[in-house]
Ligand binder design. Structure first.
Ligand code: SAM
Length: 285
């Protein structure tokens, strides 16, 4: 073992937390434990239970490598290799957006309305929404689509690990759903303007796909198309459920009404921001 490498797990955790703190990482002790679990291949919560364990040089080096990456600004989900989403632990890397905690609320809203039938998650990314619906709902079929083959590869891997059945389809917005008759169409599409994308914190721009975040000059290109063409794939009486930018939720609800969706309603996320718009297709149209 090299001279300045701490000998026990406990000392290595303290050392890692100090390095993360010095780099300005929020909650450095929790993150140090998560990185240690990834470096030492332990289950979640195990790093702090075996504090007196003497580390091998390889274990110490692996943790030091992960701490260096995190201190340089790489997201925790990429460095540790996973992100939690509802009851799932999902692999996470540069191929897709890191699942956000607020998006869990979209799943809850959908499950409350229709947990049966056929659901499609468009713009699925890591597959988080589709997989959570497959795990928690009683759907006959769950479909997940994305225009990024890389994102779909990650979603497929996540489905395999979780043992969940989702039909993955590659293509632009609703094109892969032609001929479907959905009970629910759910999507967290890209929804930032170019200026909003430019103003994002540098780590998001550096590590997460631009394709997942920006959608035309007004941020509504994908959302508008989902509302327009969604009427062709959602059955009469079925639902559309969208995550939106919190500054444009009311505008999206108005857009939905304009396209003929009924009872469009804005819902808050866990941070109390206007984040979701849900609406129904009329029973008679
Ligand atoms: C905001 S991310 C959401 C990912 C995931 N659903 C989540 O909630 O974490 C948007 C996703 O939409 C995909 N996307 C962007 N434009 C698209 C398009 N025109 N057609 C299909 N997917 C698109 C991106 O590849 C990205 O995976």
């Amino acid at each position: 073992m090299v001279a300045d490498v701490p000998a026990t797990a406990d000392a290595a955790l303290e050392h890692a937390a100090a390095a993360l703190r010095a780099a300005g990482v929020p909650d450095p002790r929790r993150e140090a434990a998560r990185l240690a679990e990834a470096a030492w291949k332990l289950d979640q919560g195990q790093a702090r239970l075996r504090r007196e364990r003497v580390l091998s040089a390889a274990d110490a080096d692996r943790l030091a490598g992960l701490v260096r990456r995190r201190a340089a600004g790489e997201p925790l989900a990429h460095v540790s290799g996973y992100a939690g989403f509802r009851h799932l632990v999902l692999a996470s890397d540069a191929r897709a957006l890191i699942p956000r905690p607020e998006t869990e609320g979209l799943v809850a809203l959908v499950l409350k309305r229709t947990a049966e039938g056929v659901v499609a998650d468009v713009c699925t990314g890591s597959g988080c929404i589709a997989l959570a619906l497959a795990q928690e709902g009683r759907y006959d079929r769950v479909i997940g689509t994305d225009c990024s083959g890389e994102a779909l590869d990650l979603a497929r891997e996540n489905a395999g690990r979780a043992g969940l059945a989702v039909e993955w389809r590659l293509g632009n917005l609703l094109e892969p759903l032609r001929g479907e008759r959905l009970d629910v169409l759910v999507a967290n599409p890209p929804y930032l303007t170019q200026d909003e994308y430019t103003a994002l914190e540098p780590a998001v721009r550096a590590w997460e796909p631009r394709l997942a975040l920006e959608s035309g000059e007004d941020g509504l290109t994908a959302t508008r198309e989902l509302l327009r063409a969604g009427l062709d794939v959602v059955r009469p009486g079925g639902w559309i459920a969208l995550e939106v930018d919190c500054h444009r939720a009311a505008a999206v609800a108005r857009l939905a009404a304009g396209f003929g969706w009924v009872e469009p309603a804005v819902h808050q996320d866990l941070f109390d921001r206007a984040r979701f718009v849900l609406a129904r297709r009329s029973e008679t149209s």
